[in-house]
Design a binder for this molecule. Structure first.
Ligand code: FES
Length: 220
């Protein structure tokens, strides 16, 4: 999945936006250190750079824990480069290519609507309309005035069988429609516990609506 990126977060620090958003220091905390070390063990000795994708996820999650906004400032990319012993530019290239990495601050909840054909055929327009109605966001990759939501349009999330899909942070909400989307976002807005992800119509994993039709237990 390719991405878009605000170049001012990767530039020379001279833009107003960059100066406003970019922290001057980032250090991996103990949880991130342990998690990155775990990922590095998956690769042969000397190939630790192969862990760059999960390492970027780790630092993005650390930013979420520490600031409430899951994004990766350049200093965090530098920390990943140092930890994986690779040139910073190679980390910048990866972080700015993939849509799942945010290179500028986002809201507390990252609301990502899949609008690719299967989700569109199953009603993603209604999901988008509900997102705009509840958050007040008009464009894409914009953040609501209250700072709670950032709304993004994404390509196929690989869960078409349960389309349409609404991803909130790392959770998939499946078999969505406009009403369910409104309920979900209102719950988050009201500070309620995050609703359980998965199929919203009780579908068993990716089985047909109404339940499995093959490979059934003899007793069924
Ligand atoms: S098209 Fe939306 S998950 Fe595949």
């Amino acid at each position: 999945m390719s991405g878009h990126f605000p170049a001012d977060n990767i530039g020379d620090g001279s833009t107003a936006a960059h100066n406003r958003d970019e922290p001057t220091h980032f250090a991996l905390d103990a949880a991130s250190e342990a998690e990155i070390a775990r990922h590095i063990t998956k690769y042969p000795p000397g190939r630790q750079a192969s862990a760059v994708l999960p390492a970027l996820y780790v630092v993005q999650d650390q930013m979420r824990r520490q600031t409430g906004s899951a994004w990766i400032p350049r200093v965090a990319m530098d920390a990943v480069a140092a930890r994986l012993e690779m040139p910073p530019i190679r980390v910048y290239e990866v972080a700015t290519f993939y849509l799942m990495f945010n290179t500028s601050p986002i809201g507390k909840y990252h609301v990502q609507v899949c609008t690719t054909t299967p989700c569109w055929l199953r009603g993603s327009d209604d999901v988008v309309a509900a997102c705009r109605k509840i958050t007040g966001i008009k464009g894409w990759h914009e953040t609501s005035v209250d700072g709670l939501f950032t709304l993004s349009e994404v390509e196929c999330l690989g869960a078409c069988v349960n389309a349409p899909i609404l991803q909130i942070d790392n959770d998939f909400y499946e078999d969505m429609d406009g009403g369910l989307t409104e309920q979900l976002l209102i719950a988050l807005k009201d500070g309620q516990a995050r609703p359980a992800p998965g199929s919203m119509i009780g579908r068993q994993t990716s089985a047909p609506e109404g339940g499995p039709t093959t490979l059934k237990l003899v007793s069924e």
